[in-house]
Design a protein around this ligand. Structure first.
Ligand code: UD1
Length: 421
């Protein structure tokens, strides 16, 4: 079993490039199903979830290969429209293939994604939207059988919550549907804009992505193209958090400051200095960190839920009491028990976490509970005295390209070991 071993209290200092975004790459890979011919996705991160997506694409009949940081997908032939259960289980977000597969083939059979480490992950909005577009869906023993026997047609869809996945699924299903689809209360995350930009380059007609009303005029056919995956907002936040918790400084190359304004303003409130130069963010944290009043996770452009765990670790070393309110997922404080073992003083009740800042954190043996919770343990380890050993790191590898290499480049003492148990 692989583990991360961190020797803490080493100041982060240096310049680092931000990898391509997992949450953009996964829907982009699904979107390749819609486009005939060859698509090249540059800056595609080397992650287990990306690999799981290419396995789904291969199963569907596409040819996929990697050349350096690019993934090349040929989807002239889509020979199947089912996604086997083992591939669905490997990655809960594989539900984003539903809209693409049904858009291209008129049908799709996949297993229900079920619950995950963040709590129940319902897909009622995805299902209801696709039904409005002419898809009949029946669920039997955890398997969803979806078919648009008369083809997909446009519809006016109002989401009851701006779900990222539901917005992506509807955009993909609508790209080749007959007529116009309008999504109201659409999610506005930058990853949605990246998907729409990609599909538009392939020939789609998607307007308003990044706003709460997205209009899609269905076209006959899409053709593969070359596209660069946007930088990962949460990986960028992780490096900033590493600099903050160690009292260091970092320059992020190839990042988009405008996509993480809600996060940058929290770091500023904590007393960090931030300068943006084009696609570079420089942050220094040479003064003791200050607590912040209340952070509420919200859909974009609010504070992202994926940055919540990371911020909990950083706030643990800030002077004073901070409050976090998690509004998006039910079970997103599972790493707190592990953080407490390291000396963090965090209490949770329902959606709320109260973080009392402490002077010192202490290295411990801890277990990653989910992807971002795992990253939070890495940050706590960087800021802790002594040695931290993190196990179950396959969860961290879902979203970070060799996290130990990136953090070592900027001064962390972190390595990956393989142990028998
Ligand atoms: C995406 C991101 C994930 C991020 C989340 C919120 C990917 C691969 N994952 O997940 O990292 O944390 O956005 O920013 O991009 N919901 C329903 N019914 C539905 C759909 C969603 O009740 O049909 C609920 C969810 O349970 C959750 C909330 O809506 O409470 C937000 O979920 P959603 O925006 O859909 O998140 P994902 O697309 O799954």
């Amino acid at each position: 079993m692989q583990k991360l071993v961190i020797s803490g209290e080493k100041k982060i200092c240096g310049e680092i490039s931000v990898q391509g975004a997992k949450n953009a790459a996964l829907p982009l890979l699904a979107g390749c199903v819609l486009a005939r011919g060859e698509t090249v996705l540059h800056n595609c991160p080397r992650l287990s979830d990306v690999y799981a997506s290419t396995r789904i694409l291969t199963h569907l009949g596409c040819r996929c290969c990697r050349k350096g940081d690019s993934v090349i997908i040929s989807s002239d032939v889509i020979s199947r429209s089912d996604i086997p259960e083992e591939l669905m289980r490997e990655m809960r977000s594989s539900i984003v293939f539903l809209g693409a597969v049904i858009g291209r083939t008129g049908k799709c059979c996949l297993s229900f994604p079920g619950g995950c480490e963040l709590g129940p992950r319902p897909i009622d909005m995805h299902i209801s939207a696709l039904r409005q577009m002419g898809v009949s869906i029946c669920e039997e023993y955890g398997v969803l059988r979806c078919e648009a026997s008369k083809g997909l047609h446009g519809a006016k869809i109002t989401l009851s919550f701006p779900s990222v996945g539901a917005t992506e699924n509807v955009i993909m299903a609508a790209a080749l549907a007959k007529g116009e689809t309008v999504i109201r209360n659409a999610a506005r995350e930058p990853e949605i804009t990246d998907l729409a930009d990609f599909l538009n380059l392939c020939g789609a007609r998607i307007y308003g992505a990044g706003t709460s009303t997205v209009r899609i005029s269905g076209v006959e056919q899409l053709q593969g193209c070359e596209h660069r995956v946007m930088p990962d907002r949460i990986v960028a936040t992780t490096y900033l958090g590493a600099a903050a918790i160690t009292g260091g400084e970092v320059s992020l190359i190839g990042s988009k400051p405008e996509d993480i304004e809600a996060i940058l303003s929290v770091f500023e409130e904590m007393g960090c200095n931030i300068y943006n130069y084009g696609d570079c963010i420089y942050m220094s944290c040479h003064k003791p960190l200050k607590s912040v009043k209340t952070i509420r996770t919200m859909p974009y452009p609010g504070f992202p839920t994926d940055a919540q765990s990371i911020m909990l670790s950083v706030l643990s070393k800030a002077k004073g009491t901070s409050i976090m309110v998690e509004n998006i997922f039910e079970s997103r404080y599972r790493q707190v028990g592990e953080l407490v073992r390291m000396g963090c003083m965090i209490k949770t009740e329902g959606k709320v976490a109260i973080i009392e800042g402490v002077r010192k954190l202490y290295g411990a043996r801890v277990v990653a509970t989910d992807l971002r919770g795992g990253a939070a343990l890495v940050l706590a380890g960087l800021g802790a005295q002594g040695e931290t050993v993190i196990s179950n790191i396959k969860l961290i590898d879902r979203g970070y390209e060799a996290i130990e290499k990136s953090l070592s480049e900027i001064g962390a003492d972190i390595r990956r070991i393989t142990e028998a148990t």
